[in-house]
Design a protein around this ligand. Structure first.
Ligand SMILES: [Zn+2]
Length: 483
């Protein structure tokens, strides 16, 4: 997210340093205001020090919208932000000196839908008020339908679709070293790779982001899935505290990442079961966990082939940029079941030689061309049918381990239950060691009762203050002394 006012940090410091709040009943403060946007939506986020009390959204005659945060301190009292973009014309925040509330005004163009909501704090973020802005749903759907029609046309003409994903963006800059900021660098690199595909009529390359904004990792995959992409390639540069480490790496999904994803898909499916529509065409919704694993093993083998072809080209692109080979990792962006997916790390910004190569324009074009050539090579040669046997083995081993853990847990629980009942038993036994009461039945003899409880006749007599000649009667309550 783009910080729209670093000045706010200064004002926050000022507020924090005041030990007595202006308004006695609250410590509520706006601690930051952040803003981000993608081509389809934008958000203004107000970070707060406490869960806020927020009024409904009202509208002024000039079309401005507003809401009040009750008992909330805002410094420096009145701030106006001029945000010239397609979603938001203006934003201003004003402290009401009389009732201690803070009023937030915002104005959106007529075509934009605005929603405000409150989000509770979590381990990483504070309480927030979000102003969510987007193009009207109808317009968005229209755009997506046009996109799908375009995809159908491309598929009919056997034109392959490649989705290039420049990593990071917006408030997530990625690594930053030796004059290279990852989010900007990989965007430029992705555009360079796309240019090679644009010149080749066999391909259509699409970027997940075309400017400096952040996209959630799942959404990057979803864009490629929605477009029916034939390959998904995420582009990054690496960093390491050990400055000597250098070279290119190409990643595809790891068995561990895939197992976790299989678990997540099954859990997600169960959560979504209530909403599943009859006749749904989503194959994952109809698949069992084992079938999902098969699909994963299948697509992972294709990802391996793509990774190997790309790595081969990249390894031979520049004499002084070595390859560290094909590797596997559980990157969320690589979890797709629909298309082969890889992640390219174009060298280490933390390494002097790598960073010089990465900054050199001729080297960059060679690296971009090599990626294009590797992807093209994969898409033009027949994909070998295969499955990732390593994954299926791992999947089976993990399932066996899970089953064993489950069985052990059950065994433990049963054992605990047993121990508990044993403890209860010993309690009864213990109580047998204590003084008890016995109601005499017809036909009982004192010696019989004494034998039954393992005590002497005399002991019973003493406990009940009986004389030598006293006899027991039916329904008499006897105290049985402890053994
Ligand atoms: Zn990265």
């Amino acid at each position: 997210m783009l910080k729209i006012k670093s000045l706010l940090l200064v004002s926050l410091f000022l507020v924090v340093s005041l030990s007595v709040p202006l308004f006695a009943e609250t410590n509520q403060r706006i601690t930051d205001i952040r803003f981000w946007q993608s081509p389809e939506e934008a958000q203004v986020v107000l970070d707060l020090s406490q869960p806020p009390k927020v009024s409904d959204v009202g509208r002024l005659n000039n079309g401005s919208l507003f809401f009040d945060i009750k008992s909330c301190i805002f410094k420096p009292g009145h701030q106006r932000y001029s945000l010239q973009n397609q979603f938001l014309e203006s934003l201003s925040v004003q402290q009401n000196e009389i009732d201690g509330s803070t009023r937030v005004f915002f104005k959106v163009p007529r075509s934009v839908e605005a929603k405000t909501f409150v989000l509770p704090s979590n381990e990483r973020k504070s309480d927030r008020i979000v102003i969510f802005l987007r193009e009207p749903q109808a317009k968005l759907l229209q755009k997506q339908t046009a996109e799908l029609n375009e995809v159908k046309k491309l598929k009919a003409e056997n034109i392959k679709i490649i989705v290039l994903d420049p990593g990071h963006g917006g408030e997530d800059p990625g690594t930053s070293c030796n004059g290279i900021v990852e989010k900007s660098y990989v965007l430029a690199m992705a555009k360079l790779v796309k240019a090679y595909f644009d010149r080749d009529p066999r391909y259509k390359a699409i970027l997940t982001r075309e400017a400096d904004y952040i996209i959630p990792l799942e959404k990057r995959r979803e864009i490629a899935e929605r477009l029916g992409a034939d390959a998904f390639v995420s582009i990054h540069v690496n960093w390491n505290v050990k400055k000597a480490i250098n070279g290119i790496e190409v990643y595809y999904e790891s068995p561990k990442g895939a197992v976790n994803e299989a678990d997540r898909l099954v859990a997600d499916k169960e959560n979504k079961a209530d909403f599943a529509t009859i006749g749904s065409t989503n194959p994952v919704l109809a698949a069992s966990k084992n079938q999902i694993a098969q699909m994963q093993a299948n697509i992972m083998d294709q990802s391996r082939q793509l990774a190997e072809k790309v790595e081969y080209k990249l390894a031979n692109a520049l004499p002084n940029m070595p390859s560290r080979g094909v590797k596997r990792a559980g990157f969320r962006v690589l979890h797709s079941l629909n298309m082969p997916s890889i992640l390219v790390e174009y060298g280490y910004t933390s390494n002097k030689i790598d960073s010089e190569i990465l900054k050199d324009y001729t080297s960059r074009t060679k690296l971009a061309q090599a990626l294009y050539a590797g992807i093209s090579n994969f898409l033009q040669t027949k994909v070998e049918g295969g499955i990732d046997a390593e994954y299926l083995e791992y999947y089976k081993a993990m399932n066996a381990k899970k089953a064993k853990l489950e069985a052990d847990k059950k065994k433990k629980a049963a054992l605990k239950k047993n121990t508990n009942s044993k403890a209860a038993n010993s309690k009864t036994k213990k109580s047998a060691g204590k003084t008890q009461k016995y109601t005499v039945k017809h036909g009982d003899t004192l010696s019989g009762i004494a034998k039954k409880y393992g005590v002497s006749v005399q002991a019973i007599k003493t406990a009940n203050k009986m004389k030598k000649t006293d006899v027991i009667k039916s329904n008499q309550i006897l105290i049985i002394p402890a053994k």
